[in-house]
Design a protein around this ligand. Structure first.
Ligand SMILES: [Zn+2]
Length: 614
């Protein structure tokens, strides 16, 4: 029996908006002056944060992240690397931790040398990647306070994401490089040590002055305020700094409403720009390496296509700039930018750009707490970037998410699955984290489309973005968006899929004759409930479908196969293990019967999903 092709997913650009009156969030506005010595890879900085306490609570402490301290022998990141059974290959040599082997002039560090609150010196206590600060004066609800710090740092040899001289020779990949206030929200403080992955931050405006060797080209978060002084591909006339006799150049960037500030610099960067119609200006920074030039030129129009795709299918990108920068390792998303390695095949280069750019909507603008809800970031990003790649690279797959489903089934079969609600750092295996966050998280949305219908799914995504952008949504947010769009009750789906490792397995037990008509008997074998679509293919070649909604979802999706006649049959109550479906055709006329012809229901055993005539 042939699978029906997935119905075309219908896109429209409707936007919804809705307030949420009890919601609050903190605010941290940064001004930083940083001076970098590109020869010693060290830097000195001063930072002023205007911190606004919008919470209903009086705060007597704050916490800062000092991420670079993770890149030191004996750090928690190093210990984790040494203890985990399947360490990240980028962070090891011959299976041994690269962090453990760093010499003093190769480690990363970030140290506060002084700290004041409204001019009053403060006591502070660094514990590796977290700085605990006891405030001199408590900050009452609705009040602001000014925190000023002097700090010094050393850029580590590139191990993970940040660092110097990465494998492709990019001099400085500067992510998570400055003292960064931890987030305080309705769940309390989130001063997570940097052990492996994932970030969470406070929204605010950034005003950053970077001083470094004038031959270095800088790209990253933020709009350059002094392009004519800087040049390097930013100035219109391109005279820029070349006239200046000074050895260094100060770059002044401003970034409104961001929760992070990344930059990268290299003396050999080529810097191209592409101005999108009605859209942001795209910037590209890549090494002058003849082997990659053609790919990096061809990447530019694809980046514009991806931006347009996400704008149409998720919502409007809210910044005026996006930069694709060669640097770091693999690919990682940041404010208005991404760092990706660039020595790749064209398909891989477009793929990593499409994935990292999609993070702008989920990791950056929605900005769920990635440590707690990694699947809402990596999973949703994987979902939409799979759809995007299917379109912009003309992949035309029936199921663009097939790799995510395959990985999820693989994980279930290993018996090592942990619930999606596991903290990102607390997975026993790296592969368990990866498949859970990326693949099972992507299947969450793809399968939601099976439950509520494809059109409702895409509307849900747009409504979710419109309602929760700049608001750190929690899992309940996507649930409520889907419920409001579909009119269904869906808490059972969120709970089973994200807080348990319950699996889906439905099967056809028999197709028999019942007074001249066919009777299909089906069974729920797995613990997780699902509505059921059944396709019946007749010997004359015609097809029809039957739909048994799940009773507890209190609703029905639209016919996913409008070209086929669909019969909506009685609800299937979850506790009832066996279901009888009476057809209006005789057994002799049937060629085959199949549960879920779309393949979007993540049924872990599909052997029992179909029945064929002898
Ligand atoms: Zn990602």
């Amino acid at each position: 029996m042939k699978y029906l092709p997935l119905i075309a997913i219908v896109f429209s650009s409707m936007l919804f908006s809705q307030g949420n009156s009890s919601y609050w969030q903190q605010r941290a506005d940064y001004t930083m002056q940083v001076s970098v010595d590109v020869n010693s890879y060290t830097y000195q900085g001063s930072q002023k944060i205007v911190y606004t306490n919008n919470s209903p609570d009086t705060l007597s402490r704050v916490y800062y992240h000092l991420y670079f301290n993770a890149f030191q022998p004996g750090s928690e990141m190093d210990l984790r690397l040494q203890n985990i059974e399947d360490p990240d290959g980028r962070m090891t040599i011959d299976g041994k931790s690269r962090i453990a082997q760093l010499k003093p002039d190769e480690i990363g560090y970030l140290k506060a040398s002084s700290l004041t609150q409204d001019g009053v010196p403060l006591a502070f206590k660094p514990e590796e990647t977290i700085l605990t600060v006891t405030l001199a004066t408590p900050v009452y609800p609705g009040e602001k306070t000014v925190l000023e710090m002097n700090f010094e740092g050393q850029v580590p040899v590139q191990i993970r994401r940040s660092g110097r001289n990465n494998s492709e020779g990019v001099a400085l990949s500067m992510s998570q490089w400055y003292p960064k206030l931890a987030e305080y929200d309705f769940e309390g403080w989130h001063a997570d040590p940097y052990i492996a992955r994932e970030f969470h931050g406070v929204w605010g405006d950034y005003d950053v002055f970077l001083t470094l060797d004038k031959n270095y080209v800088v790209g990253g978060t933020g709009y350059l305020q002094n392009p004519d002084e800087v040049g390097h591909g930013y100035a219109t006339g391109e005279s820029g700094n070349k006239k200046s006799k000074a050895k260094t150049l100060t770059w002044h960037f401003k970034a409104p409403m961001v929760h992070d500030f990344m930059w990268a610099a290299d003396p050999e960067y080529i810097h191209d720009t592409l101005e999108m119609e009605n859209g942001p200006v795209l910037h590209f920074f890549y090494k002058n390496n003849p082997e990659i030039l053609e790919n990096w030129k061809n990447l530019q129009p694809k980046t514009a296509e991806a931006m347009a795709f996400y704008n149409a299918n998720v919502g409007a990108y809210p910044y005026e700039q996006y930069s694709v920068i060669q640097g770091g390792d693999g690919g990682m998303e940041y404010g208005m930018s991404t760092l990706i390695t660039g020595e790749r095949s064209f398909g891989s280069l477009v793929g990593v750009m499409a994935h990292e750019m999609a993070h702008s909507w989920f990791q950056f603008v929605l900005a769920s707490n990635e440590s707690k809800h990694e699947w809402m970031d990596e999973g949703f990003t994987s979902f939409i970037s799979s759809l995007c790649m299917n379109t912009i690279m003309n992949q035309n797959k029936d199921n663009p998410f097939e790799n995510s489903y395959r990985s999820y089934y693989y994980l279930v079969n290993t018996g090592r699955e942990q619930p999606l609600s596991t903290h990102a750092d607390r997975y026993v295996f790296n592969t368990g984290y990866g498949i859970s966050a990326y693949s099972k998280g992507s299947v969450f949305l793809a399968q939601l489309g099976y439950i509520i219908g494809q059109e409702a799914l895409m509307k849900t995504l747009r409504r979710y973005y419109a309602d929760y952008k700049f608001k750190h949504p929690t899992p309940n947010a996507i649930l409520r968006s889907a419920e409001k769009v579909s009119g269904m009750e869906l808490d059972w789906y969120l709970t089973d899929w994200t807080q348990t490792t319950n699996t889906i397995d439905y099967g056809i037990t028999s197709v028999t004759d019942n007074n001249g008509k066919a009777r299909v008997t089906m069974q729920r074998i797995g613990q997780m409930p699902m509505p059921i679509d059944v396709l019946v293919v007749l010997k004359d070649g015609s097809q029809k479908t039957y739909y048994a909604p799940l009773r507890m979802m209190r609703g029905e999706k639209e016919n996913p196969y409008p070209s086929l006649y669909r019969t909506v049959v009685q609800d299937w109550p979850w506790a009832q293990q066996t279901y009888t479906l009476d057809l209006d055709v005789s057994v002799d006329d049937i060629d085959g019967v199949q549960i879920d012809p779309s393949g979007l229901m993540a049924d872990i055993n599909q052997e029992n999903n179909s029945w064929f005539a002898e």
